[in-house]
Design a protein around this ligand. Structure first.
Ligand code: BG6
Length: 509
């Protein structure tokens, strides 16, 4: 009988298709009344609860400056879930969750408020049996990291006795250059062990980004041509139609390169270019990503191969939108870039000579993130030249968002013609191939933190390597003024000229 049970895959405890439930635990969110929490974290917690992926002993404990009573916070949290959740709102799920929600008001430098937070956590431990387990989410501006970490050290929040775990989740930006990232890393290391630190890069939580692992390492088709022998170049694009919204203060100090190139785009590059990991574990994947990041080189000629821009007023989706300098709270003489493009190299046997073009920008014509592998042209074409005049390079395009999927572009004979060959596309769409809707990145990442799975979180070495790449760029740009581009266009013409220098063109996604 026992053997029948064991042979049933649904009952096999190692079956990875079965959802794993985290230990009973608390998620403590610092800065819980902020934008990230309202738009992403609370909705993600609700979605996890709705999917039955939170343990029965789960509590959400919020900390923020607002002088709120429990009822105010409960209402804020409910509205956030109703508005932002991916899955349908069900009152019975929310009511259950709400009974495990608490709020402690206070500022980060207030010892009394922090002591109250500790006492509340202990109380919840007794009432909900969370066994001392807690993850602390720092949804706070980087300037507040030190004070929050020091408070956690003072109050002993980072430590527990016995088997209980304590983890910390840090939102980007992880510093603003290599020096400050190192300082931040050592600050965090003083309080938590490296295994307890989860640095969030939400792009790694996107299903389509994880699909890169499947595409590359679960198939035989692509890997043999995934190298400089066959690949001409790689283009990684993260375009946004939105402007800077209400984040003027943060954005003007940060700019596009620090905001997304240093993290999201370099992570996409690392996953695209890394070698096959020996297993699918946090340590082995990080090892391969770090190797690639270490091999990344900047061009000698930054003046030509690194372009930054700032949007001017223009039109988007039929609406007139303001230029960056006219946005609320942006200084009229700001030289912060809202667009960045750069050509990187990877000095390894696999990639030597293949340019990786990265670009990102706000107020571009549409929101699209994609990785395009552009293959070399066939070495010889046994056709009349006019027959292949319309034939481009073969391309494999991984669409991260929207229209999540993969497109293969190749040449095909035009029906009826003598032998005319033209580009056609073969499309895979997640939405058509699978019935399940794609989970939100934060859903996946919060669950992973509670499960103690660090596979999708960059470690301190990756962060520092990324700054090693970005710092010289920032230094170069510090003495320049960004090119202007019209809102609703694909960025400054200098970025097109940069590719033209290499006889290439940006894709128009
Ligand atoms: C964030 C950046 O990390 O990513 C924002 O700080 C950007 O400026 C956002 O808008 C984009 O995320 P997504 O998931 O909408 O592509």
């Amino acid at each position: 009988m026992a053997s029948t049970l064991n042979s049933n895959p649904l009952r096999d405890p190692r079956d990875r298709r079965l959802p794993r439930l985290p230990d009973a635990s608390a998620l403590v969110v610092f800065g819980v009344t902020g934008d990230l929490s309202r738009k992403k974290l609370i909705p993600a917690v609700y979605d996890l609860a709705n999917r039955g992926l939170l343990p029965p002993g789960f509590v959400l404990l919020g900390f923020a400056r607002r002088d709120w009573e429990h009822g105010d916070f409960a209402q804020f949290a409910r509205e956030s879930a109703e508005k932002g959740a991916r899955t349908p709102f069900r009152a019975e799920v929310w009511d259950r969750l709400e009974s495990s929600i608490r709020f402690v008001p206070g500022s980060f430098d207030d010892d009394v408020a922090f002591d109250k937070l500790c006492a509340t956590l202990e109380e919840l431990d007794r009432s909900h049996g969370i066994g001392g387990n807690a993850a602390f989410y720092l949804s706070v501006p980087p300037s507040a990291f030190p004070v929050v970490l020091k408070q956690m050290q003072r109050t002993g929040l980072a430590n527990t006795g016995g088997d209980a775990w304590r983890r910390v989740v840090i939102e980007k930006p992880f510093g603003h250059d290599l020096g400050s990232a190192r300082e931040l890393n050592s600050l965090v290391d003083d309080v938590f062990t490296p295994a307890g630190v989860y640095r969030i890069d939400h792009y790694l939580g996107k299903e389509t980004v994880q699909n890169l692992f499947a595409l590359r390492f679960a198939n035989t088709l692509f890997e043999p041509i995934w190298n400089s022998q066959f690949v001409d170049s790689v283009q990684i694009t993260m375009a946004e139609d939105v402007g800077i919204g209400t984040r003027a203060g943060f954005y003007d100090e940060t700019g596009a390169a620090r905001d997304v190139l240093q993290n999201h785009l370099l992570q996409l590059l690392a996953l695209t270019a890394m070698e096959e990991p020996v297993s699918f574990s946090a340590e082995t994947i990080r090892t391969e990503k770090i190797k690639v990041l270490r091999a990344v080189s900047l061009p000698d000629d930054l003046a030509r191969y690194a372009v930054r821009g700032q949007y001017e007023q223009g039109w988007l989706a039929g609406e007139r939108v303001a230029g960056y300098l006219d946005e609320k709270d942006i200084p009229a003489d700001s030289r912060t870039e809202t667009y960045a493009a750069v050509r990187l190299g990877i000095e390894t046997r696999r990639w030597a000579g293949v340019p990786f073009y990265l670009r990102t920008g706000k107020r571009l014509p549409r929101r699209v993130t994609e990785i395009a592998i552009v293959f070399k042209k066939a070495p010889h074409l046994p056709f009349d030249q006019t027959d292949t005049a319309e034939l481009g390079n073969n391309q494999l395009v991984i669409r991260v968002q929207p229209d999540e999927g993969v497109t293969l572009k190749f040449g095909s004979k035009v029906p009826g013609s003598a032998m005319e060959v033209r580009d056609v596309a073969m499309d895979f769409l997640f939405g058509e191939a699978f019935t399940e809707a794609l989970p939100e990145a934060y859903e996946r990442l919060i669950l992973d933190v509670l499960l103690g799975d660090a596979t999708l979180f960059p470690n301190n070495a990756e962060v520092e390597e990324s700054w090693r790449i970005i710092d010289p760029l920032e230094e170069h740009w510090a003495s320049t003024t960004p090119f202007r581009y019209r809102a609703g266009s694909w960025g400054p013409t200098a970025a097109d000229e940069m590719l033209a220098l290499d006889s290439r063109r940006w894709r128009r996604p």
